[in-house]
Design a protein around this ligand. Structure first.
Ligand code: GUN
Length: 292
């Protein structure tokens, strides 16, 4: 059984991005610049944004972290985004989700300049993805494709079952795997909370993408022998014996599924690291588009 180690796969992306940044600096150019907005004190969001800022520093990108109070009004956030949209020194804008309930996620995503939409959540980016045009691919599905590519796992002609239909992972993942960009060419089934017999679906899958947010949901008896299983879940589960009082759990029962599958991505140390790699590749693309 192959462990799809995100540390190993993201390292090669990291080296490429570091080299690209070094070359830009050698030519006297400024490095790519990612601006991240974090609203409130959601613990998980704090961790994710901190990892993105750290990754930027490690590859030589500039990053700006804008922290706003969770009482910030929608119009103040819109004004901040407009400031970043018109700032020539900013290539990519990321607003960490989820947002406080009084702010409309759709309004915020719509307000980001599509040329700086490195999360790939803007309707223009999604529309371009659906049409197979050059776009910003949402970071997690992008990272998963990079992971499959790194481990030379072929997707062409395979049956992929995606569990979860979120705008961030499940839906764009299904589009990517079914299209031929960068390489998908799978037959894809999307399952969700209204799928009557999920096990019957997953048992037919050559590739399972588990992105539903339920700890250890995918069990060994749901997996066809030899299948590839990608775990996108990151849930904090209370555990008094853990240092921080919680443990991170994926959507896959890793130990049990490992005895059936041919390859499984672990949590932590799997897809999460690839997501950041995908985001940074998008940020470099945004920079290149704006500076060509
Ligand atoms: N929240 C969970 N995943 C993501 C992501 O990929 N981007 C942003 N902006 N927020 C998220």
């Amino acid at each position: 059984m192959l462990i799809l180690d995100g540390k190993v796969a993201s390292q090669s992306v990291k080296e490429n991005l570091t080299e690209a940044t070094r070359q830009l600096k050698e030519q006297g150019k400024r490095p790519p610049h990612l601006a991240a907005i974090l609203i409130g004190n959601n613990g998980a969001s704090e961790t994710y944004v901190a990892s993105k800022v750290k990754f930027c520093a490690e590859i030589g990108f500039t990053s700006t972290l804008i922290r706003l109070d969770d009482t910030t009004e929608e119009k103040e956030l819109l004004a901040k985004i407009e400031e970043l949209n018109t700032d020539d020194r900013v290539d990519g804008i990321l607003v960490q989700l989820p947002l406080p309930k009084h702010i409309s996620e759709a309004n915020i995503i719509n307000s980001i300049d599509p040329d700086k939409d490195v999360d790939g959540f803007h309707p223009v980016s999604v529309g371009r993805l659906v049409q197979g045009l050059d776009t910003f691919i949402p970071a997690t599905p992008y990272g998963i494709m990079l992971m499959l590519e790194h481990f030379q796992l072929t997707t062409k002609g395979k049956h992929a079952v995606v569990i979860g239909r979120s705008n961030i992972v499940g839906r764009p993942m299904s589009i990517l795997l079914s299209s031929n960009i960068p390489f998908g060419n799978c037959t894809v089934t999307i399952c969700h909370s209204h799928t009557p017999d999920l096990r019957q679906m997953t048992l037919q899958a050559d590739i399972i993408i588990a992105a539903l947010g339920k700890p250890e949901f995918v069990k060994a008896d749901m997996v066809k022998p030899g299948a590839i299983v990608i775990d996108v879940g990151i849930t904090r589960v209370d555990d008094a014996t853990a240092t921080r009082g919680y443990r991170i759990k994926g959507d896959v029962d890793f130990k049990a599924v490992s005895s059936v599958a041919s390859a499984v991505s672990p949590v932590p140390g799997g897809v999460g690291l690839m997501t950041i790699a995908g985001l940074m590749k998008n940020t470099l693309s945004a920079y290149e588009r704006r500076n060509q």
